[in-house]
Ligand binder design. Sequence first.
Ligand SMILES: [Zn+2]
Length: 218
Amino acid sequence: MSRASKAVRDEIMYYCLESVKNGLNFNTQGNISVRIPEHEAIVITPSDVRYDAMAPEDMIVVGYDGAVLETGERDASWLPSTELPVHLAAYRRRPDAAAIVHTESTFVNVLGALGRTIDPILLNMVLYAKGPVPIMPFEFSTNAAFGERSAALMGDDVFAVVWANHGLLAVGTSLKLAFKVAVAVEENAEVLYHAQLAGTPNLLVYGDIDVPAGTRLP
Ligand SMILES: [Zn+2]
């Protein structure tokens, strides 16, 4: 019996396809993982497989130490995502992170390539990312040292970080919330890009937003 439940595998698969539908990824780029703390492990998408050619049984289970515990069922030669060390570093830094979504969406990358912090100007972005999303200067992304720097720059209070000239890493207390962060940051980046061309947009600060107790979020 797999350490990763059918429900977790199905949820990852669902958000992989949502990511394609939302235009957040191209080709075999991007990856998603979910923490399974009861096994001190994560479930992560395989490397070099398109989301729309992937199946729930292809997900790979990896221990916190990076060792592959379970390969995919259809093809045991498939490896975990190349950014596995970066996911593991983010989980180490952020005990509140239950899931990670890495996207390579267009306006995140426009602002990232310009080195411009993604300041919240839209409600969803400030509610879910909880603050300005920092830009990490370009470097190659598939090693643990990069992962440590990425996690340190994201810090403990914000739920995303941009890797310049590459894409976004979003974390969440659930996969649903990590995906909301990825969508909200991309939408915010697009509006911010246009708003800054037109003038000086009003920025939102998470701590200043008065959300009455018990309010349902969008
Ligand atoms: Zn990537």
